[in-house]
Design a protein around this ligand. Structure first.
Ligand code: PMP
Ligand code: GLN
Length: 380
């Protein structure tokens, strides 16, 4: 986790956001929205602060938020949760940290889909566990079930699922989810699923692995308010699953942050109870943003993999003569006034097949995306 000089190596997101600030380029690197979030939700946080909700929350989270998470899981996914099956965390990141630290012992294996969200590998390293990557390949980044079957063995402690997937925007089909559940049962492994993009699906509604037959009993499901309510700085997330497993996660969580974000918790409860029209509107708006960016990148000459979900589009820069995305993203601010992230940052260096691919975020205002689209078209 340290760079060559012994200082903490910044994450690729922090590095690229600093590059955007320095150059004045449009930031399509780090995935955070620039819209304000639903007023009902932000006003509720302001009200909570004024009403004095400013001290430590109960360890497992504000009871009203726990109730709202349960209602949300039932409304959208048909999953019935009891109170002790839910734990509120400081974002999905703490949920991941507490879950993985509670479930992995040194030397255990954890199966991850590669490319992977950067925190997975860092957290596995903190736990002393060994990553077993299952390679996803472009242009569609579909899960190869044969490859998965060779990766999961009796040494596997955790199968880490991320669907919708960051950075590819791919979604696991129900058959893939069922294959993962069957392997988890066969090899006595736990499934940890990161579903922070659950409401940003553009082709078909999200299917949680915990809602599939046999899934719930061996799954810890993680989500977050950051993406769905455009409040990534609030850092309110949650993990749900069988009560005995939640207790184990809690044992770690209480010494990571103890609790966090007291006034944001009732505000997120308001958000989770918003009518269906809010969630449908979010999907419709983001689908249009995806199409705008995918169109501009295609016109500019990139080979684009249109994502089924999430915040990001992957674009191969090789047709533009840019063979190395790590170099290309450092030249893009000068060439096009746009910042993006190299896909290689989400994979082992040996993944040569990902070398020329760039990740662009489209969770931005239409005005900013139009501006970026114009700049990218000029590039072509
Ligand atoms: N998982 C994935 C796949 C993400 O993309 C992110 C961040 N955007 C997180 C987890 C972290 O979520 P949070 O900000 O709620 O900690
Ligand atoms: N999840 C966001 C992304 O993928 C960034 C989060 C972060 O900066 N750690 O861009």
């Amino acid at each position: 986790l340290l760079g060559p000089d012994g200082a903490p190596a910044p994450t690729i997101f922090a590095e690229m956001t600093a590059l955007a600030r320095r150059t004045g380029a449009l930031n399509l690197g780090q995935g955070f929205p620039d819209e304000p979030g639903p007023p009902e939700v932000t006003e509720a946080a302001i009200r909570a602060i004024r009403d004095g909700v400013n001290q430590y929350s109960p360890g497992r989270g504000e009871p009203d938020l726990i109730a709202a998470i349960a209602e949300h899981q039932r409304r959208f996914h048909g999953i019935s949760l009891e109170d002790p099956q839910i734990l509120v965390t400081a974002g999905a990141t703490e949920a991941l940290a507490a879950t993985l630290l509670s479930q992995l012992n040194p030397g255990d294996e954890i199966v991850v889909l590669e490319p992977y969200y950067d925190a997975y590998v860092a957290l596995a390293a903190l736990a002393g566990a060994q990553i077993v990557p299952v390679e996803l390949h472009g242009p569609d980044y579909r899960l190869d079930l044969e490859r998965l079957r060779t990766a999961v063995t009796d040494r596997t402690a955790v199968i880490l699922v991320n669907s919708p997937h960051n950075p590819t925007g791919a979604v696991l089909a129900p058959e893939a989810l069922d294959a993962i559940i069957a392997l988890a049962h066969r090899h006595d492994a736990l499934i940890v699923t990161d579903e922070v993009y659950e409401h940003l699906t553009y082709e078909a509604p999200h299917v949680p692995i915990a809602a599939r037959p046999g899934g719930f009993e061996r799954t810890l499901s993680i989500s977050s308010a950051g993406k769905v309510f455009s409040v990534t700085g609030w850092k309110i997330g949650w993990v749900s699953g069988p009560a005995a497993l939640i207790e184990q996660v809690m044992a770690i969580k209480q010494y990571l942050t103890f609790v966090s974000g007291a006034p944001f918790q009732p505000a997120v409860a308001v958000g989770l109870r918003l009518p269906d029209a809010f969630f449908e509107g979010l999907r419709t708006r983001y689908r249009a943003k995806r199409d705008l960016l995918v169109g501009a990148l295609t016109e500019a000459g990139f080979a684009v993999s249109p994502p089924a979900a999430g915040y990001f589009a992957l674009a191969d820069a090789a047709p533009l003569g840019l063979a190395d995305a790590r170099t290309a993203v450092r030249e893009l601010p000068g060439m096009a006034g746009v910042v993006a992230v190299p896909l290689g940052a989400f994979a082992r260096p040996e993944r040569e097949d990902l070398r020329s691919i760039v990740r662009f975020a489209f969770c931005k205002s239409d005005a900013l995306l139009e501006d970026a689209a114009g700049r990218l078209r000029d590039l072509g």
